[in-house]
Write a protein that binds this ligand. Structure first.
Ligand SMILES: [Zn+2]
Length: 397
């Protein structure tokens, strides 16, 4: 009964938020044609799945990846990397559980028997249908998406039970299972009136964890925060190497003049700028205007000395992201989300030198992205090394 009423509160809140913002779509930024392009991308992807150079790549849950030659299930049914010639990976894109506004604080050092990934593909046995030849969030079913919305509200109000399993200790255990040496832990500042200090809390959590060196520290600030400059400086002074900004989540255009100032400051502080890039397709529709790839070009052009990572390689706007990746040497593409056929194209059409391994944990098991890299680079050890760690080492040197 309690959950029932909570769910209703959540739905009302979401309706209110998206309703208020629908009026704010800037049609000069986001046309009907742009919206139609997203539908076309989805349909083309659906038709092409399994017809690329790697054939069908469909598995039952993350555990199902044990069918691949590089993985096995151990005695406790955990998926493990067993190939000993795979370079130890550096994951440039991970997050932890979030508790914001009124939600109670999480214990980020806690170890739990299993991780409830946001795509909780191993909940049942056999696991959910996992297609590695589509943009990864296509694997969410409608009920999963409703669960995601509910979880997003829970993280603001009463706390999310999934988030309780998104701890540093659980992340490290999964890293150990599949040979990930380091992971960048990227907070997001949402611009909430209180309870919005993920960057500071996650820096604290890393500093008291058993293995602080396994984590690359992340920063985040919000454009609307008058104190962003001091906060960013303080986060950098505490060892942050990458700042995460999220045009959809933070509701801003990447070429906003206030954001340009932040990028410039990042350059001064030696921080890599990691932006969520492109339309994922599962966010509220009015947020799509913020992540059209054309909006990312001015920052790349005007800050040639700042390194930018375009998260998800532009997600469903990957074609446009590839253009930027070819045009700008300071554009790095995070590969998380892209299916094997597109990932293969990225290595050939943009080149492997600025592609970065990232997983978006805890949305998905680390092995979901790792498996794709291994499939695509089976005959190309240099490309595999570059994507899994060499490029990240160069970026963060
Ligand atoms: Zn992310």
């Amino acid at each position: 009964m309690r959950n029932f009423s909570r769910r209703h509160v959540g739905q009302l809140l979401l309706l209110g938020l998206s309703g208020a913002a629908t009026a704010c779509v800037d049609r000069s930024r986001y046309s009907e044609e742009d919206a139609a392009g997203l539908d076309a991308q989805r349909e083309a992807e659906r038709l092409a799945s399994g017809r690329g150079p790697f054939g069908p790549q469909r598995y039952r849950g993350y555990r199902g990846l044990a069918e691949l030659p590089w993985f096995e299930l151990d005695g406790t049914d955990r998926l493990r990397l067993v190939a000993d010639d795979v370079p130890r990976a550096i994951d440039v894109h991970a997050h932890l559980g979030m508790s914001l506004l009124f939600a109670p604080e999480l214990d980020l050092q806690r170890r739990t028997p299993r991780v409830e990934h946001l795509l909780d593909c191993d909940r049942a046995d056999p696991g959910c249908a996992l297609d590695l030849d589509v943009y990864i969030n296509s694997n969410f079913q409608p009920a999963d998406l409703r669960g995601l919305q509910y979880d997003a509200v829970a993280r603001l109000l009463w706390g999310s039970s999934a988030s309780e399993t998104h701890t540093l200790a659980n992340l490290r255990a999964e890293m150990d299972d599949v040979g990930v040496e380091k992971a960048a832990v990227l907070p997001i500042a949402f611009g909430l009136p209180f309870g919005d200090d993920l960057a500071e809390r996650w820096l604290d959590a890393i500093s008291v964890s058993e293995t602080p060196d396994r984590f690359i520290r992340g920063a985040s600030v919000h454009l609307g925060d008058d104190a962003w400059r001091e906060k960013l400086g303080a986060q950098a002074a505490r060892g942050a190497r990458m700042v995460k900004l999220h045009p959809a989540g933070q509701r801003y255009f990447p070429d906003d003049l206030r954001a340009m100032e932040i990028y410039e400051e990042c350059g001064r502080l030696g921080l890599v700028v990691f932006l969520h890039g492109g339309r994922a397709g599962i966010e509220p529709e009015y947020a799509h205007q913020f992540t059209m790839m054309k909006g990312y070009e001015p920052m790349l052009a005007e800050h040639p000395d700042v390194d930018f990572v375009l998260g998800h390689a532009g997600a469903r706007d990957v074609e446009d992201a590839m253009v930027l990746g070819r045009r700008y040497q300071n554009a790095w593409l995070g590969i998380h989300g892209q299916g094997v056929t597109v990932l293969d194209r990225l290595t050939r059409e943009v080149g492997p030198e600025r592609l970065l391994f990232g997983t978006d944990w805890p949305f998905y098991h680390l092995a979901a992205t790792l498996a794709k890299v291994l499939i695509v680079t089976d005959e190309r050890p240099d490309v595999r090394h570059a994507i899994l760690r060499g490029n990240a080492e160069r970026l963060l040197a």
